[in-house]
Design a protein around this ligand. Structure first.
Ligand SMILES: Cc1ncc(COP(=O)(O)O)c(C=O)c1O
Length: 453
């Protein structure tokens, strides 16, 4: 079957995520049937190929159809695909929990490891778990009034009802208002506002003062602050100085409010270190992981936390326990994919090789940096982004469509402030692929600005 057949069958039967389905009627938002993937490339049924510059929604780390992850999953399939995790355990989930805890110990040697790992399937469920655990912790400790949450302006933590409550994107939230008790927001330390008058650190300091003022007033009712460390991805790859995390950590200790690090997007090396929060030398009370944790293979998320929090639930009374569950919690195949992913990090010294890869990305982006329509070129590790000044109507959709014609897969983010083009590729692009990605981006940008499609 060719593309066209899959297209019409998909449009008839599949309701695609985060999409106004009617837009797929127009050429400006093509639906692309994918037949297979290899390395950083995806292939459709008509033989066209696309370089995956966004890691398939920020999940893929080591390429599509990676032989090492494939082998690990295949081996696991011959042993155990899944067993319920309530009342049972299995080897991959135990090993993964131990290895993740060890990584948190390495990330912040001055603090105890996050030694207790709770599992779910998607990022949003990890957010839900962290919020519920935090609130329940305070209740178990005789402080049932601590039920509020605070996040940064523009925050994104997922789209289930609890996660939406701490997601500050009106478009995603408005229609469901009756389901949601919205959290509060404090100003984001957006380093794009840095200039000769104020550095990114000054901006972080000022935003930390605003957080302090908020906590001083509301800490008695606040369970936790939830934050995307270093890069607010869905907000348009908004980057900020690690100093803000340092200050937020200190303030949360001071005001007895938990700090939840949502590293669903920025974890697993995206920002240059395995966990983004390492760059501020802090340890959160909760760490949410998903997306890249399984190498981009299988739905898996994890929430890691401290001994102290774990102990608050450990009692004879059932109701003091954390009675949350999902059927596929700790799925053996997904955990095995995660173990294979961690092996690749270790065996291939991925964080070190990414330093060179990231600097090559920035070099290749030079022709974009000097483009008259490009502003705020910024990079944190393997995430590189720029904004389009005065982006014309429908820029993001037209850029996506033009990119596909130029064999690149990029999905700009439209925000209230404008439009951001970003790169978050898998960690396997070679120099030639990086050069191609940026050459084709320039071509796509010019075509889109000229009004093609
Ligand atoms: C920071 C952050 N948190 C949570 C989520 C939600 O993850 P999922 O889409 O797997 O539910 C995302 C997804 O993009 C994210 O970027």
């Amino acid at each position: 079957m060719r593309n066209q057949d899959w297209l019409s069958r998909s449009l008839a039967a599949v309701w695609h995520p985060c999409t106004q389905m009617k837009h797929h009627q127009h050429a400006a938002l093509p639906l692309v049937p994918i037949s297979h993937g290899k390395g950083a490339w995806l292939y459709d049924f008509d033989g066209n190929r696309y370089l995956d510059g966004v890691s398939s929604w920020w999940v893929n780390l080591f390429g599509h159809s990676n032989p090492r992850i494939n082998a690990a999953i295949t081996d696991q399939l011959g042993q155990l695909e899944h067993v319920m995790l309530a009342g049972f355990t299995q080897r991959p989930v135990v090993e993964l929990s131990e290895r993740l805890a060890a990584l948190t110990a390495q990330a912040c040697p001055s603090a105890a490891a996050l030694g207790h790992c709770f599992y779910a399937s998607d990022g949003a469920s990890a957010t839900e778990i962290a919020l519920k655990m935090s609130m329940h912790y305070w209740r178990n400790n005789g402080r049932p009034n601590k039920t509020r949450f605070v996040s940064l302006a523009g925050s994104y933590h997922g789209e289930t009802a609890g996660a939406l409550a701490v997601t500050d994107i009106a478009l995603f939230r408005e229609a469901y208002a009756p389901l949601i008790t919205p959290g509060e927001t404090v100003p984001a330390p957006d380093s794009r506002n840095a200039n000769t008058q104020q550095t990114a650190a000054d901006i972080a300091e000022r935003a930390a003062h605003a957080l302090e003022a908020w906590l001083a007033e509301h800490h008695e009712q606040t369970a936790a602050m939830i934050i995307e460390p270093l890069v607010q991805c869905a907000a348009g790859m908004v980057m900020y100085d690690p100093l803000y995390l340092k200050r937020a950590r200190a303030l949360c200790y001071q005001y007895e409010v938990h700090l939840i690090a949502d590293e669903i997007a920025v974890g697993c090396g995206r920002t240059g270190t395995f966990f983004a929060y390492e760059q501020a030398q802090i340890q959160p009370d909760f760490l949410c992981l998903s997306k890249g944790i399984s190498g981009g293979y299988l739905p898996l998320s994890a929430v890691l936390t401290t001994d102290e929090i774990y102990r608050a639930f450990y009692a004879d009374d059932v109701a003091r326990g954390f009675l949350h569950s999902h059927s596929y919690t700790g799925n053996a195949l997904a955990c095995r994919a995660a173990l294979a992913t961690l092996d690749i990090f270790e065996q291939d010294h991925v964080l070190q090789t990414n330093v060179t890869r990231a600097s090559h990305m920035l070099q290749c982006a030079a022709s974009l940096t000097s483009h008259p329509s490009v502003s705020n070129m910024r990079q944190r590790g393997m995430i590189l982004a720029f904004d389009i000044a005065n982006a014309p109507k429908d820029f993001a959709r037209r850029f996506f469509a033009n990119g596909l014609r130029n064999e690149i897969l990029l999905r700009p983010i439209t925000t209230e402030q404008g439009c951001t083009v970003y790169f978050m590729p898998p960690y396997i692009l070679d120099d030639g692929e990086i050069a191609l990605l940026y050459e084709r981006t320039l071509l796509t940008l010019d075509q889109t600005l000229k009004g093609s499609v």
